[in-house]
Ligand binder design. Structure first.
Ligand code: XIL
Length: 320
């Protein structure tokens, strides 16, 4: 029977993809076998390997070994690549976050970083998450060294620098909790409008979609949220989908709800012209960032910890 990427492409999406855990790929052969199947996952994104703390841990010292794991795997398997991420307050080395910068010196640091990292992967990335998570949960601009130094001017600056470094990749703004179409979504719309008003290039908005079983919006409401950005001329994608149970173990009723929630997310992408694809942030409950970040929660993936396809997998395959 057909696997998820093949089904997604047949349904009109460009890809169904997954994050690749750099620590896992060489230590778990079952993980590797599913990840290497391009009929299952047509696109890969590095879970951590292209972040600033990994690629430029000290100033001017670039390191691509971890990011290359995903890029090489994608190349070898004939899978696409999403690249993640350039300008983000988190996983940012302390030499950047704790530095005392002027606009001129931080611009130069950002330009060097973006030129080197995008230059290294030039021609390989379908898209780059240029700016990540610049809106806080209470819907104000997120505090960061970038905001402190530039105010909101760093949005357009980042996109302009990215365009110069690799003119042929899609430039994305990426964030979570945009799915609820509340005040945070309004603020992300404002961000896009600021970038566009400054004449800077932006191509897409990534909805991370770190969601919760039973609290995931309906398919129609998800589509409405996506359309706020396609209305601005952008493409959209789900970039980090996982749907966690808040209490474990999950009952079979909860597992079915999780399946419906996954189907609503994937279905909403099908419903929106300009929604190009879906990427899950890992695919097995054996290896997931969720329990480490949300203690006591989890089982947010399409496969269980023994690599059995869950109700969620079946539900995604049926909606595609
Ligand atoms: C997470 C990774 O999954 C973890 O391994 C890491 O420890 C922290 O970052 N939003 C993002 C991703 O944009 O980069 C984050 O990934 C999850 C939330």
């Amino acid at each position: 029977s057909a696997q998820l990427n093949d089904l997604a492409v047949r349904a009109g999406l460009k890809y169904f993809g997954t994050a690749l855990g750099e620590g896992t790929i060489n230590s778990d052969s079952q993980y590797a076998a599913i990840l290497n199947d391009k009929t299952m996952f047509g696109q890969l994104v590095p879970e951590n390997g292209m972040k600033w703390e990994t690629t430029e841990p000290s100033q001017g010292q670039f390191s691509y070994g971890s990011g290359d794991i995903t890029a090489n795997q994608a190349k070898k398997n004939g899978q696409g690549l999403r690249c993640h991420t350039l300008v983000w307050h988190s996983q940012l080395p302390s030499w950047v976050s704790g530095g005392s910068w002027t606009k001129a010196t931080l611009t130069s640091v950002m330009e060097t970083h973006i030129n080197n990292v995008m230059g290294h992967y030039k021609g390989q990335c379908y898209a780059w998450d240029v700016v990540n998570e610049a809106v806080s949960d209470d819907a104000v601009w997120r505090d960061s060294v970038f905001l402190k130094t530039f105010g909101t001017d760093y949005f357009a600056l980042s996109f302009n620098l990215a365009k110069k470094a690799d003119p042929n990749t899609k430039l994305y703004y990426n964030d979570y909790n945009l799915e609820y179409n509340g005040a945070k979504t309004d603020k992300a719309v404002e961000l896009v409008k600021l970038v566009q008003a400054a004449g800077a290039p932006i191509d897409g908005v990534g909805f991370q979609a770190h969601l919760i079983v039973g609290s995931t919006p309906s398919r129609a409401n998800l589509a409405t949220a996506l359309k706020r950005f396609t209305a601005l001329g952008l493409e959209v994608a789900y970039t980090e989908l996982d749907i966690r149970h808040e209490s474990l173990p999950a009952s079979s009723a909860a597992a079915a709800t999780q399946g419906n929630d996954f189907a609503n997310v994937v279905g909403s992408c099908l419903d929106v012209a300009g929604c190009v694809g879906v990427t899950v942030w890992g695919f097995t409950d054996k290896h997931s960032w969720i329990p480490g970040t949300f203690p006591g929660e989890g089982d947010a993936m399409l496969y269980d910890a023994s690599y059995n396809k869950k109700a969620a997998w079946t539900s995604v395959s049926s909606v595609l």
